[in-house]
Design a protein around this ligand. Sequence first.
Ligand code: 5GP
Length: 149
Amino acid sequence: MSHVSDGTLARMASIFTRIIRGEIPCHTLYENDLVISFLDVNPLSPGHALVVPKQEMPELHMLSPASAAALGAALPLVARAILNATGATAYNILQNNGALAHQEVMHVHFHIIPKYADGRGLGITWKPCPIDHASAAELSTRVKQDLRA
Ligand code: 5GP
């Protein structure tokens, strides 16, 4: 946030908004009215790309339906082209929301990260534990109530 001349607070443009405006260079892969995709500046593997809504919102659940739909349409298009261009046959989609969840740029984005046989790509630590059916039933009820509201 920054102060503007009348004393009110203005939100600073995110680094991705500055890329969308053309103020910062990037290796663009795809663009339409609602979405842009470009290569990540610090890739985990060759072809690591970001798919970003032009709507400047920090987290996924804040997006408009139009932005969300445009992201959903762009992801498979861009992923397919990255596979074709890199020769990768596997990839992960990663989407972080909140600093606690490792989000660094507070503007919604999806990572497309090709995974190669030599291990380059996303490393995952996954620690599952069996579901507790009583608390799961209660949680499912609360979520469904929220969705109906
Ligand atoms: P997050 O942890 O927020 O999900 O990931 C943010 C990603 O944005 C990181 O992978 C980082 O390398 C990438 N990134 C940050 N700044 C820039 C930039 O200016 N240009 C590009 N192309 N990628 C960026």
